[in-house]
Design a protein around this ligand. Structure first.
Ligand code: GDP
Ligand code: MG
Length: 165
């Protein structure tokens, strides 16, 4: 069993840290292939049950110029070309416009989405913050996972979700 996991989210939420942590955590890695096309990095995680290919995307933001539009178009293509999407958000602050823009891109896809609330090591996650992400996920069949890409807390569960899906 193998599959592609697209890691998406606004800039600075911890997408790259997460991919590195997921790939680095396991000893049984084939090889972490780092390939920089314009902005997409790939990494491979091999477990006894599955091989997961992570696609780390550049932070998605609302385009203000033509190149930006091309990047968003690419992001949209990337969204539909993976088996599961990991939509990463920053659990230390409320959902904002950047997160909502990414959520909008996910409206039209049939790819299953895991909403990953990152940075739980900061212990700043308040009810207001939690609620803002529940609101973001409202009306979507998204699975919610919480973890720290930095410390690795919660990543075993996330990996199980990715493999067992
Ligand atoms: P990206 O732009 O989404 O790829 O985000 P990065 O992976 O580059 O991380 C952005 C910043 O957030 C960096 O300073 C990371 O060290 C920090 N960061 C990422 N994950 C965590 C986490 O789980 N906890 C904390 N405290 N900081 C994190
Ligand atoms: Mg990054």
């Amino acid at each position: 069993k193998s599959g592609f996991v697209g890691i998406i989210g606004r800039p600075n939420v911890g997408k790259s840290t997460l991919m590195n942590q997921l790939i680095g955590q396991k000893i049984a890695i084939t090889s972490p292939v780092a390939q920089t096309t314009r902005n997409r990095l790939r990494g491979i995680l091999s477990t006894p049950q599955a091989q997961i290919i992570f696609v780390d995307t550049p932070g998605i933001h609302k385009p203000h110029h033509q190149l930006g539009k091309v990047l968003v178009k690419n992001a949209q293509i990337a969204i539909d070309s993976v088996d599961v999407l990991l939509f990463v958000v920053d659990g230390t602050s409320e959902a904002g416009g950047g997160d909502r823009f990414v959520a909008e891109l996910l409206e039209r896809t049939n790819v299953p989405v895991i909403l990953g609330i990152n940075k739980i090591d900061q212990h700043l996650t308040s009810e207001v913050i939690e609620q803002s992400y529940s609101d973001l996920a409202a009306n979507h069949p998204w699975t919610i996972a919480k973890f720290s890409a930095l410390t690795g807390e919660g990543l075993d569960l996330l990996q199980t979700l990715l493999v067992d899906r």
